[in-house]
Design a protein around this ligand. Structure first.
Ligand SMILES: [Zn+2]
Ligand SMILES: [Zn+2]
Length: 221
């Protein structure tokens, strides 16, 4: 299994690339505005078909989608509840007032991922756990040892939970802390303690570490 993390862009967001050794498909998760860095990494990988899968539709995670869709004729998958956020991505980019965000291209969705759907792509199998609160259709992609040739379970968790923190709830589509924390506890903190969490920003962590020390998650269980 190959997993690449590409941090960068105006919001220092993590983009992920994944594939199993013998697949000709490559999964691209949350391509942000660090387009050159993502492109450099893709160029080093041997594959035939690219599939773009997003945790959610905030601008820092979706900015590069249309660019890579066009370049690699890649289909784009996301949860349907993120559509209203996609619709306002141009407005959102204006608010940031950053020149590089002046004209984001709005991507068309090719497949809506349903709640807890299991996807089989690039020789890997993963569950798409719906963990709303930061945004209505926030998905966490859960890769288990049982279904993949990997040594530890891991989750690509978008902006739901970070090392020592959780996602903001005051951005477009957010609800409230109690809702987000409840969903994190219900969907993610029940996974094995050594499950690695790869967040949308910052370093990786583990379920057991966050259960013990994440100040936002303590006291809500
Ligand atoms: Zn976000
Ligand atoms: Zn983000």
């Amino acid at each position: 299994m190959n997993l690449f993390v590409i941090p960068g862009g105006a919001f220092v967001e993590n983009t992920y690339l994944l594939k199993s050794d013998n697949s000709n498909e490559l999964i691209l998760i949350d391509p942000g505005s660090q387009i050159n860095e993502i492109e450099d990494q893709i160029a080093k990988i041997d594959f035939e078909k690219l599939i773009i899968v997003n945790t959610h539709a905030h601008l820092d995670h979706i900015y590069g989608v249309q660019y890579f869709k066009e370049k690699y004729s890649a289909p784009f998958y996301i949860h349907k509840l993120e559509l209203p956020i996609i619709d306002v991505m141009v407005d959102a980019s204006m608010r940031f007032g950053l020149e590089e965000f002046a004209n984001p291209k709005v991507p068309k969705v090719d497949k809506f991922i349903s709640d807890d759907e299991v996807l089989r792509l690039a020789g890997l199998e993963f569950s798409c756990l719906l963990v709303p609160g930061h945004s209505p259709g926030s998905l966490c992609f859960y890769f288990s040892k049982e279904n993949n040739n990997i040594e530890q379970d891991f989750v690509i968790c978008g902006d739901t939970v970070f090392a020592g923190s959780i996602g903001r709830v005051d951005l477009t589509g957010g609800t409230n802390m109690e809702d987000l924390v409840g969903n994190i506890n219900k969907k993610l903190m029940i996974l094995p303690d050594d499950t690695v969490l790869f967040p949308g920003h910052g370093p990786e962590t583990q379920v057991g570490i966050e259960k013990k020390s994440n100040p936002f998650l303590l006291g809500y269980t």
